[in-house]
Design a protein around this ligand. Structure first.
Ligand SMILES: Nc1ncnc2c1ncn2[C@@H]1O[C@H](COP(=O)(O)OP(=O)(O)OP(=O)(O)O)[C@@H](O)[C@H]1O
Length: 914
C-alpha cells in the first residue's frame, strides 16, 4: 500500500512539475505577444498623431503613453490647469525633445488632489510645478482682464484674491437677474449642519431646501435649468441634494456639483450652499482660500450664497472681507429679496413656503388677459402674456347670428350648439346659422300615425302611414264625432270591388282608402268572349288571343284585340229569290229569304231548312224527335216548320224563334250572338250575317275604346299630377296630410312608372277619390287662410265638422260626407266674409277647389252665398246657415226668392236651366 502511495505521489509530482513548466512558458509567450501588440497599437496611434498639429492628452494619459510621446517628440508642451496638476505628472509628460513648456493655470485656485494628507501637509506634495515656479520667483504672464463675471461678483475676489483684475466692458452689460431684487446676495442663517450617515461629511438640509426653492423660482422667471448650477462644498451635502431633488420635478436638469469638481467651469447663475454652520464655529474646508476663490468666481450674471456668515467671518479673514463688501451694498441678510415686476413688490424669502408659488409674488395676478377677463391666478412670472392660461369664465363671444357661446372662455367657440327643433321638440347639434327644421333631425320620430301606430322612421323623414308595418293592433279614429277603436284588421278584411278579399296591410292600404292591387286571377268574360286571365288588380287588358272571326272565305289572323280586316270577296249570301251584291265584309243589302229549301233528302222527305241556307242534317219526319228536342216556343211542332242550321255548334233551331232570338236587342251590351241552346258564339250563318258583322263592328269599336279609355296610364298620370300641383301649393303647410295623400296617389303613379300598361278601374277610382279629398282639403285651407278665420272660423261648428269629416277622417269620403262638407265650407266661407267680401284670389280658389262648373253658386234672399253640387239643379230645400232663410228648391226648381250668384263664378245663368 505504501509503495502504491509513493508511486502515486511520484507520478503527481512529475505531472505537476511538467504542468507548471508549461504554464510558465505560456505566460512568457503571452506577455511577449501582448507587448508586441501594444507596440503595434502605439505605432498605429503614433502614425495617426504624427499627422496632427496638436495632440491632447490628460497628464495621466501622458504618463501611460511615454512611448508614444517619445515617438512623437513634441517640441512644445502646453499644460492647462497646471496649478491643479501634480508636478510628477507634468514631468511625465515631458520628453527629451521638449524645447518649450507652457504652463497655464491659477495657483490661487485649487491645488492638485493628494490622497495621503500627510504627504501634502508635511512634504508639500500638493504644490504644483506651476505654483513652485511662481513661488520661487519666476515671473508669470498674468491676464489682467476678466470676461466672465459682472463687476458685482468680481469685486468679491478683487482685490482680496486678484489685486489687479479688471472687468472687460462686455461684463458691464449683463442684464439684471429676473425675479431677484439683487444680482448678488448672501443669505446668512444659523440653521445647523448635520453629519452624514457615515460621519465623514456634512450636510445642511435647510440650505438644500432653500437652494432648490431658489432654483425653481429662477426657472419660473424663464431661465433654463442649464443656466443654473448649484455648488456645494461637501460631498455629504451633494448626496443630500440628489436625494431631495427627486421630489422637485422643475429642477431635475439643474446641475449640482461640489466646488472642487467645477473648477474651470462657469454658469450664468450660481447658487452656492456653504453647508457649515455649527456652534463650534468650525468652518472646515471653507477656510481654504483657494477653494473660496473657485467658489466665488464661477458665476457670470447672478450669484447667490447661503451660509452661516457669522461662523465664516469669525474664522476667515477672506470671508470677513467678503462680508463687509456685501454688507456695504445691502447684499447680505436673512432673506432673499424676490422681485415681482408685475406688482412692483419684493417678497422676502428665507424658507421654502416664502417663495411665491407661481414665481411672481403673493398677490393675485389680476392682469387683464387677451380675452378681456382678469387673470384669477396667483401672480405668475411665466406666461406673462397669458397665452397658456385656460380662462374658466363663460365665453363672451357671439356667433355670427348673435347667439352667445355657451362654452368656457378658453374653449374654441364651436359654431355648433344644442338647438331645439320646434316642430319635434328634439335637441340637435346645429350651427347657429342653420334654421332648426325637422328636416335636420336625425332622431327617431315616434309621432303617432293616423292609424294609431307610432312612426318608426327618422324624424327628418316624412311620416307616412303607407310605411306602417305594424301587425294588426287596435287604432283610434275620429270618424263620426265619436272616439272609436277599430282594428287594423277591419281594413284588411275588406272585400274589394272585384269581390276578392284585400290582402294588404294597414299602412299599405291607407286605412282602406287605397287598397293594394288584388293579385287574384280576374276570370271575367271579355267583350270578345274570351276569359280574362290577368291579375284582378289590373283592369282587363285587350285580349291577346287569336281573333275568332271568320267568313266563308277566310279566318281573321289578327290578335283578338286588334280590329279585323273586312273581307273584300263577293258576299256569298245568295238564293234563287234574293242576292246580296255587297262585299263579304260589308253589311248585306238583301233581306232574309223565308222560302223553304226545295231540296229532297236521301230519305225522300223535303229538307227542313231555308232557301239559300245550309241544309240541316236532320229530317223533319225521320228525326222529328231529335230535331225538336230543344223547344224555343216557336213553330217546332208545325209540319212545315223550318230550321236554321248553326255550323259553329251543329244545332238546328226553329227559324221563327231563332230570328226573334237574333233580332233581340242586347240592352246596349256589346256581345256576340250565340246559340240559344249551347251558347256557342255564332260566327257563321248567312241568314244572320248582318247581325254577326254588326256585333263584330261593335266589338271592334269597343276594343278601340278600351285602348283610349281612362285606363290609359299616361293620361291618368298627367291628370293626377296636374291636380296635385294645384293642391300642393296651398296645403304645403299640412305636411302630414299631404304626405299621406301623396303616398296614396304616388302609389298609382309609381305603378305607371314601372311600365304598367294598364291600371285598374279601382285604382283609378281610388286615386281620383284621393285627389277629390285633396281638393276639399285645399278649399278648407283657402278658408283657413282668410284673416278672419282665427276669430270667426276656428271655433265654428262648421270648422269642427270639417275637421272631423275631412282632416281627422282616415276613411274613404262618402258621398253624403262630401255633401256635408260642401255645405259646411260654403257656410264657413260666408261666415268669414259676409256677402262675398273675399279677395278675388280667394274667390277663385274656392270656386276652383269645389271644382263645380259655372252656374252652381246661388244666394239666399239675404245675399248669403251657397252652392248646389251635382247637376246644379236644386233637389232639396234647406236653411241658410247665416240667416236661416230658405235656400235650394225641389224638382230642379230654385226657390223664387233665391238668386244665381254669378259674382262667384261669372255665370250668366244657372247650370240647370230654370
Ligand atoms: N478674449 C476673450 N474675449 C471674450 N471672452 C473671453 C475672452 N477670454 C475669456 N473669455 C470668457 O471669459 C470666461 C472665462 O474664461 P476662461 O474659462 O478661459 O478663464 P479661466 O481663466 O480658465 O477661468 P478659470 O480658471 O477661473 O475657470 C469665459 O466665459 C470665456 O468665454
Amino acid at each position: 500500500m505504501d509503495s502504491f502511495g509513493n508511486l502515486a505521489a511520484n507520478l503527481l509530482e512529475r505531472c505537476t512539475g511538467t504542468g507548471k513548466e508549461r504554464a510558465a512558458q505560456l505566460e512568457k509567450l503571452y506577455f511577449e505577444n501582448a507587448k508586441k501588440l501594444k507596440d503595434v497599437r502605439n505605432l498605429e496611434s503614433a502614425e495617426i498623431c504624427q499627422k496632427a498639429d496638436i495632440v491632447g492628452l490628460t497628464t495621466t494619459g501622458a504618463a501611460k503613453q511615454r512611448a508614444l510621446l517619445n515617438h512623437l517628440k513634441p517640441k512644445i508642451v502646453v499644460v492647462e490647469e497646471a496649478a491643479e496638476v501634480l508636478e510628477s505628472h507634468v514631468v511625465c509628460a515631458l520628453s527629451t525633445s521638449c524645447q518649450q513648456l507652457v504652463l497655464i493655470g491659477d495657483h490661487q485656485q485649487l491645488r492638485p488632489p493628494v490622497t495621503v494628507y500627510k504627504l501634502a501637509k508635511d512634504y508639500f506634495l500638493d504644490v504644483s510645478l506651476f505654483e513652485r515656479l511662481i513661488k520661487n520667483g519666476m515671473e508669470p504672464c498674468v491676464l489682467g482682464v476678466q470676461h466672465r463675471m459682472r463687476p458685482e461678483i468680481a469685486r468679491l475676489i478683487v482685490p482680496s484674491i486678484y489685486p489687479t483684475l479688471e472687468n472687460h466692458s462686455s461684463v458691464l452689460e449683463y442684464p439684471d437677474v429676473r425675479g431677484m431684487a439683487s444680482n448678488v446676495f448672501f443669505l446668512a442663517h444659523t440653521e445647523q449642519e448635520v453629519e452624514d450617515n457615515e460621519g465623514k461629511s456634512h450636510l445642511n438640509p435647510y440650505e438644500v431646501d432653500l437652494s432648490l426653492a431658489l432654483a425653481r423660482h429662477l426657472i419660473m422667471q424663464g431661465y433654463t435649468p442649464e443656466q443654473i448650477t448649484i455648488l456645494t462644498t461637501y460631498s455629504g451635502q451633494l448626496l443630500h441634494f440628489f436625494k431631495v431633488r427627486r421630489s422637485h420635478s422643475a429642477v431635475q436638469s439643474v446641475r449640482i456639483s461640489v466646488v472642487d469638481n467645477f473648477q474651470g467651469e462657469e454658469n450664468d447663475i450660481i447658487i452656492l450652499s456653504l453647508v457649515r454652520s455649527n456652534v463650534d464655529e468650525n468652518i472646515g474646508f471653507l477656510r481654504i482660500e483657494n477653494r473660496i476663490c473657485v467658489a466665488l468666481s464661477r458665476a457670470k450674471h447672478g450669484f447667490y450664497m447661503i451660509g452661516n456668515m457669522q461662523n465664516l467671518q469669525g474664522k476667515s479673514r477672506l470671508w470677513n472681507g467678503i462680508s463687509r463688501i456685501l454688507d456695504n451694498d445691502g447684499q447680505i441678510g436673512p432673506d432673499f429679496g424676490l422681485r415681482c415686476d408685475v406688482h412692483g413688490v419684493v417678497t422676502q424669502a428665507h424658507k421654502v413656503t416664502d417663495f411665491p408659488p407661481e414665481g411672481g409674488c403673493m398677490n393675485k395676478c389680476s392682469s387683464k388677459m387677451p380675452c378681456g377677463h382678469i387673470c384669477p391666478k396667483m401672480c405668475h412670472a411665466d406666461d406673462r402674456d397669458h397665452a397658456l392660461v385656460k380662462c374658466q369664465e363663460l365665453c363672451t363671444r357671439f356667433c355670427p347670428v348673435g347667439h352667445p357661446c355657451p362654452k368656457k372662455c378658453f374653449a374654441v367657440c364651436n359654431p355648433c350648439v344644442k338647438r331645439m327643433i320646434p316642430e319635434c321638440g328634439h335637441e340637435v347639434d346645429l350651427p347657429c346659422s342653420t334654421e332648426p327644421t325637422r328636416a335636420l333631425c336625425k332622431k327617431m320620430c315616434a309621432s303617432e300615425l293616423p292609424c294609431g301606430h307610432l312612426c318608426k322612421k327618422k324624424c327628418c323623414e316624412p311620416c307616412n302611414q303607407a310605411d306602417c308595418v305594424e301587425p294588426l293592433t287596435t287604432i283610434k279614429v275620429n270618424l263620426c264625432g265619436h272616439h272609436v277603436t277599430l282594428s287594423c284588421k277591419d281594413f284588411h278584411e275588406a272585400t274589394l270591388d272585384c269581390e276578392h278579399l284585400c290582402k294588404g296591410t294597414c299602412g299599405e292600404c291607407f286605412n282602406g282608402r287605397v287598397h293594394r292591387a288584388c293579385d287574384e286571377k280576374c276570370g271575367r268574360s271579355l267583350v270578345c268572349g274570351h276569359i280574362c286571365n290577368v291579375n284582378c288588380g289590373i283592369s282587363c287588358p285587350p285580349c291577346g288571343l287569336k281573333c275568332q272571326y271568320s267568313c266563308s272565305h277566310s279566318k281573321c289572323g289578327h290578335k283578338c284585340c286588334e280590329p279585323c280586316t273586312p273581307c273584300k270577296e263577293k258576299c256569298p249570301w245568295s238564293c234563287q229569290h234574293k242576292t246580296c251584291t255587297k262585299k263579304c265584309g260589308d253589311p248585306c243589302n238583301r233581306s232574309r229569304c223565308d222560302e223553304p229549301c226545295k231540296k229532297t233528302l236521301p230519305c225522300g222527305h223535303f229538307c227542313a231548312g231555308l232557301c239559300g241556307e245550309i241544309c240541316p242534317p236532320l229530317c223533319r219526319v225521320c228525326d222529328k224527335e231529335k230535331l225538336t228536342e230543344f223547344i224555343m216556343l216557336g213553330n217546332e211542332d208545325e209540319e212545315d216548320a223550318k230550321f236554321v242550321f248553326l255550323p259553329d255548334c251543329g244545332h238546328c233551331i226553329e227559324v221563327e224563334a231563332m230570328d226573334k232570338w237574333m233580332d233581340t236587342d242586347g240592352g246596349g251590351q256589346i256581345q256576340q250572338k250565340c246559340c240559344p241552346r249551347c251558347k256557342t258564339p255564332i260566327k257563321v250563318c248567312m241568314r244572320y250575317g248582318d247581325i254577326i258583322k254588326n256585333v263584330y263592328g261593335d266589338i271592334a269599336k269597343a276594343k278601340m275604346k278600351i285602348f283610349q279609355s281612362k285606363g290609359n296610364p299616361l293620361e291618368f298620370s298627367n291628370h293626377c299630377s296636374a291636380k296635385l300641383t294645384r293642391c300642393r301649393k296651398i296645403v304645403r303647410k299640412c305636411e302630414e296630410l299631404v304626405n299621406s295623400t301623396l303616398g296614396a296617389i304616388n302609389k298609382n303613379l309609381d305603378a305607371i312608372e314601372q311600365q304598367r300598361v294598364r291600371i285598374s278601374t279601382r285604382e283609378y277610382q281610388a286615386a281620383s277619390r284621393e285627389l277629390d279629398r285633396f281638393e276639399y282639403v285645399r278649399a278648407y285651407f283657402v278658408l283657413q287662410s282668410t284673416p278672419s278665420f282665427p276669430v270667426l272660423g276656428a271655433s265654428s261648428p262648421e270648422n269642427e265638422l270639417i275637421q272631423r269629416l275631412l282632416m281627422k277622417n282616415i276613411r274613404v269620403l262618402e258621398n253624403e260626407q262630401k255633401v256635408e262638407l260642401r255645405a259646411a265650407m260654403e257656410t264657413l266661407g260666408v261666415k268669414l266674409k259676409t256677402g262675398l267680401g273675399i279677395t278675388d284670389k280667394e274667390r277663385r280658389e274656392i270656386v276652383q277647389a269645389l271644382g263645380m262648373g259655372q252656374g252652381h253658386w246661388f244666394k239666399c234672399p239675404n245675399g248669403h252665398i251657397y252652392a248646389i253640387g251635382d247637376c246644379g239643379g236644386a233637389s232639396v230645400e234647406s236653411r241658410c246657415n247665416e240667416c236661416q232663410a230658405r235656400i235650394g228648391g225641389t224638382g230642379h226648381r230654385l226657390l223664387g226668392d233665391n238668386r244665381l250668384a254669378g259674382e262667384m263664378d261669372g255665370a250668366a245663368r244657372p247650370a240647370w236651366p230654370q
